[in-house]
Design a protein around this ligand. Sequence first.
Ligand code: NAD
Ligand code: IPM
Ligand code: MN
Length: 355
Amino acid sequence: MSAEKKKRIAVIAGDGIGPEVVHEAVLLLERLRETHGVELELTHFDWGAEKFLTEGVTLPDGALTMLAENFDAIFAGAFGDPRVESNKHAEDILLGMRRGLDLYINLRPIRLLAERLTPLKNLKSTEIDFVVFRENTEGAYCGAGGFLKKGTDDEIATQEELNTRRGVERIIVAAFDYAQKHGRRKVTMADKSNVQRFGGDLWQRVFREVAARYTDVEANHQYVDAMAMFMVLNPAQYDVIVTNNLFGDILTDLGAALQGGLGLAASGNIHPGRVSLFEPVHGSAPPLAGKNIANPIGAILTAGMMLEYLGFDDAARAVERAVRVSIEANDTTRDTGGTLSTVEAGAAIRKRLIK
Ligand code: NAD
Ligand code: IPM
Ligand code: MN
């Protein structure tokens, strides 16, 4: 994608700390116009818990078509509010965009930006540097299942998992393509095929088939329970991980912890060549909301990922550099050992944006 014409971004701040961290990311994007000539047109949408509670609207009618036709990317904060126990609005808006826009790649980099941030002992920052390709449109997130005899002692709840040949293949291909293009040595697939005999079998077969087409990339498999252990004991072994929707969700919170916490983790929900959605890995963190203490780095690094997706490579690198330097100077929020507020931490990064 070329960075020549003005890119149009839909901004959905969402709930809880979403608006606070999105605000810092937006100020940074605006500063990049001066420092790097990044031309963006931002349009804000008020979708989230408040709109749902007052108007009954989650993802408005026609929203997906509107996003696909009028925008190059979507930048979101977080969705989730204690007042909405069912989580219906988050499901409609977030999962609605992931599924409805067919954003089949959830790309979640796990990178240690400074040694002091990891809770693991005696690790160099280069030893935590991998990316997770989380399947993002099916698996346990397909919403299939139901109740029988709900509310009785004989109640039955089923929760199904959907694995399509096409869906499994395209995420595995994306992981190998990425490895090849980015000089990564190895793709590790995580599943639970020793128990999940049907879905697991499909993933195993497709993984072997796709791996055979990429002779220059090593293919490796681990059961997901073992991977959770090895991510803690020996994270240096990973380059690219590919896995299903639910395992990817769980492993990337663990990955976020390895790199210093959820406040630092970035993600992109991507369908190459189409409008794609960028959001920090963390949620709305209700205990932190409205206190000006949330870490804006996850959102800011997410903005960096979005810039790279849109073709603004220099600006994307500058964002990461500014974040690194701020962390080195301990100009961060409390969760990462600093003393700054959200607003101060955002400003500390912006002032370090240099051409
Ligand atoms: P969460 O990610 O919101 O927060 C868990 C904990 O991580 C927080 O209490 C806090 O200690 C820490 N944390 C998260 N973000 C941080 C930040 N920016 N700075 C500093 N610390 C941070 O997860 P949760 O508490 O399980 O979920 C809260 C709500 O968010 C739920 O409604 C959940 O469904 C939703 N959620 C939404 C998304 C999303 O929109 N993408 C992602 C995860 C959770
Ligand atoms: C994430 C979140 C979401 C998910 C929730 C909020 C639906 O945890 O983006 O990781 O499970 O995918
Ligand atoms: Mn999650």
